[in-house]
Design a protein around this ligand. Structure first.
Ligand SMILES: [Zn+2]
Length: 287
């Protein structure tokens, strides 16, 4: 599943590449992938891309008309831009669609641009979606989301206050989108390891000092991963220029259960929390 660093990497690439290009037509190959098309889709034809923004893991392609495009990649979504020479850019879930001929069997939506280039939305499992709300309704899409981890206005006091009102393990707390967006499963385990905080510790027992170092660790790790293009476990498709991330080489606990801790050699543990795997070191994370 693409997490925030991967989605942000895609945003940065598409922001550069798509800006000022114009939508000529849209082909929807799977109705479920473009919700409310053709009603809203027809209205964005001939629109020009102003830029690409992101909130949580939702990409927002800002257009010069009344509507914008919102895209959620969910588990297996990909956005691949291809120019008339076949040069590709984009990213998302790693699969053979990165390198195979496009459109492929997982291509759900194609945006044809007036200069002959195309943007493919591929989605193997069809959980992802594209929508085209009116600009004035876009904020409404995010009312149930807490601030993004890279929001410069995010404070320790905000997190501490939210933590005191709950009694859940800290790992589940930092992954709760209603509190905070952008700390997915990989980065939650990695951030807690970096701070020595036990993932099962209750939010009620988290001190201000701990929350301060945890916030810094989360921001630092997510910024580092974004810089590297995110985390890609499947190394098979790295041949497509810039598609694969590099953070998988810097993981300290995630996916390392049974292997020695890089700090103390204790075997890394794996437990389940809220249905998700948590990886941690029992001896380094006793706080
Ligand atoms: Zn350790």
């Amino acid at each position: 599943m693409p997490e925030l660093p991967e989605v942000e990497s895609i945003r940065r690439k598409l922001n550069q590449i798509l800006s000022e290009r114009q939508i000529r037509s849209i082909e929807v190959r799977r109705d479920k992938s473009f919700l409310a098309f053709p009603t809203t889709g027809e209205e964005i034809l001939n629109n020009i891309v102003v830029g690409v923004k992101r909130r949580a893991k939702i990409l927002q392609i800002v257009l010069d008309g009344k509507r914008d495009l919102l895209i959620h990649l969910k588990m297996t979504g990909q956005l691949i831009f291809m120019d008339i020479d076949g040069q590709r850019a984009g990213g998302g879930h790693p699969s053979a669609d990165w390198v195979n001929d496009l459109p492929g069997k997982h291509t759900r939506v194609i945006f044809y641009l007036t200069d002959g280039s195309r943007l493919f939305f591929n989605d193997m499992r069809v959980f992802g979606w594209i929508r085209s709300p009116l600009k004035i309704d876009v904020d409404q899409e995010f009312v149930n989301y807490g601030p993004d981890i890279d929001d410069p206005n995010l404070t320790v006091d905000y997190l501490l206050d939210a933590a005191k009102r709950r009694q859940i393990p800290i790992k589940q707390f930092i992954m709760d989108n209603a509190v905070l967006c952008g700390v997915g499963n990989i980065y939650a385990s990695e951030s807690l390891f970096a701070t020595g905080i036990n993932p099962t510790k209750s939010t009620k027992e988290i001190t201000k000092k701990e929350m301060t170092i945890l916030l810094k660790a989360m921001q630092k790790i997510i910024a580092r991963s974004t810089e590297l293009g995110g985390t890609t476990f499947d190394g098979k498709y790295v041949g497509v220029d810039g598609f694969a991330g590099g953070f998988q080489n810097e993981l300290k606990v995630y996916g390392r259960d049974g292997q020695p801790c890089l700090s103390c050699k204790t075997k890394i543990s794996k437990i389940k929390q809220g249905g998700r795997g948590t990886f941690y070191c029992q001896s380094c994370q006793q706080k």
